[in-house]
Every structure is written in structure tokens, then in C-alpha cells.
Design a protein around this ligand. Structure first.
Ligand SMILES: Nc1ncnc2c1ncn2[C@@H]1O[C@H](COP(=O)(O)OP(=O)(O)OP(=O)(O)O)[C@@H](O)[C@H]1O
Ligand SMILES: [Mg+2]
Length: 260
């Protein structure tokens, strides 16, 4: 199939002063897929996401999102995307529900309260809905932030480290949501520092290193880059995460276990 990519980057470059961050990045993301961008701290992941979401101008190269050029059609790009930044962008003074209603109203959607209530339920925030966000934990803020980014069903979603700082249950909740969104046709580009997150979620994984993409492929393809390791047989021990989920007890644990 030759479907047009949802995101296409060719030869993208960006420097801050004489600090070269992106040295010619090329990427293609298929519509409805989940694409994980990996890289160490300072590799340039957020920089790339900011360029794709029109918050920052590239020095060279081209990038299109949903078929629109980020440099020449930024308005069109903005209508096509939603961005959840590395640091939550929720309003502290408003309650969780008020934040959601506000965004739904800004997007001129009908039934803003209904949309807000459905998202609050989906992210287990119904009980806290009437509290000011200033009183929320980091995980609650992150969930609210992602909920806000889903309002209006944009075709392309950028998630910059969506689960950093979340507890295992909330991470799995976010993963489920991301999978559902991709299943419905939303394209998701996420950055993460958790390799298991990329393994669990991504159809395709790219590694950004020293300003370039040094690996790009499905998990199976990336695994083939490494020589097969000699492994001794050891009985599979539960991971700390398995144990945590078993003792905390919740419904995400079962389908999680089935994939391991
Ligand atoms: N506005 C800016 N001005 C100057 N330097 C910047 C700016 N934004 C980012 N940088 C630098 O560019 C490099 C890449 O930063 P970026 O935030 O894109 O990395 P990252 O891959 O998202 O890292 P992390 O995993 O820590 O989030 C870093 O060295 C950073 O200090
Ligand atoms: Mg970053």
C-alpha cells in the first residue's frame, strides 16, 4: 500500500546557537500507527516534537503533518494535531472538569460537559473532578493532560514522555488509551525513555542519537540488529511491576500478563 504518511520528515536540522541538535533527521509515520521516538536525555526528541507541532522553526529540511507543511501551513497543522508536552499544561486554579470543559468549548464542540464527564471517567478522575488541579498528584495531572489532548479527536497526536512519573497502573491505563486511539485511526508519535513502553506500544521505533536517526524499524527488525544472545534457561520470575499490580489489584493486570 502506498498510503501517504501521516508524518514525514526529510533532512530536518536544528541548532541552538552553535549547539547542533538535529543534523538531518528523516522519518515517516504511517497513518493510524504508533511511532516511538527514543533517545537519551538531550538527544533532541522534544525539539523534534516542537518542530512538528509548529512551536519551533527548523533551520533546514522539511516536515509535513497530516499532509501539511509545518513551515508554510502551520495553521492547518495545528488543526490536525494535539500535543501533550513533557510538562503538564493544565490550569492549576481550575478543577479537572473545568479544564476539560474549557478546552471543549475552545474547540467549539457541542456538549462540552458530556465530553468532559466521559473523559473524566475514562481516566479515573471522576471523583477528583470537582477539585482544583493544584491539589492533584503528578499522575492525576498527567492523566488530565492526556484527556485534554483527546478532545476533538485530532488525527495526529504527539505525546512527549506521556508516562514519565506515572505509577504502573496509570501507565497501563495510558497505554490502553493510546492503543484504542490508534485502533480508531489516530496516528500517535510518542517519545519515551522507557524501552518497555516502546516495546509494548509501538508499531515502529526510531532511535535518535547525536542528531540523527540511527535505527528505525519494527521491534522485530530492531531485534535483528543485535547478534542473537546465548541465554541460559531460567524460570520466569515475576517483575516488580507484576508483583505491584498483583498486590494492588486491578483489571489491566490480566491482559498485561498475557503479552509477556
Ligand atoms: N530553547 C532552547 N535553547 C537552547 N538550547 C536548547 C533549547 N531547547 C533545547 N535545547 C538543547 O537542545 C538539546 C536537545 O533538547 P531536547 O529537549 O530536544 O532533548 P530531549 O531528547 O527531549 O531530552 P529529554 O529526554 O531530557 O527530554 C539539549 O541539549 C537542550 O539543552
Ligand atoms: Mg524531552
Amino acid at each position: 500500500m502506498t498510503t501517504k504518511p501521516a508524518i514525514e520528515i526529510v533532512g530536518l536540522t536544528k541548532s541552538f546557537g552553535d549547539h547542533v541538535v538535529l543534523r538531518g533527521v528523516d522519518l515517516r509515520v504511517r497513518p493510524g500507527s504508533i511511532f516511538a521516538l527514543l533517545g537519551s536525555n538531550g538527544a533532541g526528541k522534544t525539539t523534534a516534537v516542537r518542530i512538528l507541532s509548529t512551536l519551533l522553526k527548523a533551520d533546514g529540511g522539511t516536515a509535513t503533518v497530516n499532509g501539511y507543511d509545518v513551515a508554510t501551513e502551520p495553521e492547518r497543522v495545528r488543526e490536525s494535531i494535539s500535543l501533550t508536552g513533557q510538562f503538564a499544561a493544565v490550569d492549576e486554579i481550575l478543577t479537572g472538569r473545568e479544564n476539560l470543559v474549557l478546552v471543549a468549548e475552545l474547540r467549539r464542540l457541542e456538549d462540552a460537559r458530556g465530553i468532559a464527564d466521559a473523559l473524566l471517567a475514562r481516566f479515573a478522575l471522576t471523583e477528583a473532578a470537582g477539585q482544583r488541579v493544584a491539589t492533584y498528584s503528578g499522575g492525576m495531572r498527567r492523566r488530565l493532560d492526556i484527556a485534554m489532548s483527546l478532545i476533538g479527536n485530532p488525527p495526529v497526536l504527539f505525546l512527549d514522555e506521556p508516562t514519565t512519573g506515572l505509577d504502573p497502573q496509570s501507565r497501563i491505563e495510558v497505554w490502553k488509551t493510546v492503543r484504542q486511539l490508534a485502533g480508531q485511526g489516530t496516528t500517535v508519535l510518542l517519545t519515551t525513555q522507557y524501552l518497555d513502553e516502546a516495546e509494548q506500544l509501538a508499531d515502529r521505533i526510531a532511535v535518535l542519537h547525536e542528531g540523527r536517526i540511527i535505527a528505525d524499524g519494527s521491534l522485530a527488525e530492531l531485534k535483528r540488529l543485535l547478534p542473537p544472545a546465548e541465554v541460559e534457561y531460567v524460570e520466569k520470575q515475576p517483575t516488580l511491576e507484576d508483583i505491584f499490580l498483583a498486590i494492588v489489584g486491578h483489571d489491566g493486570a490480566a491482559d498485561q500478563g498475557a503479552q509477556r
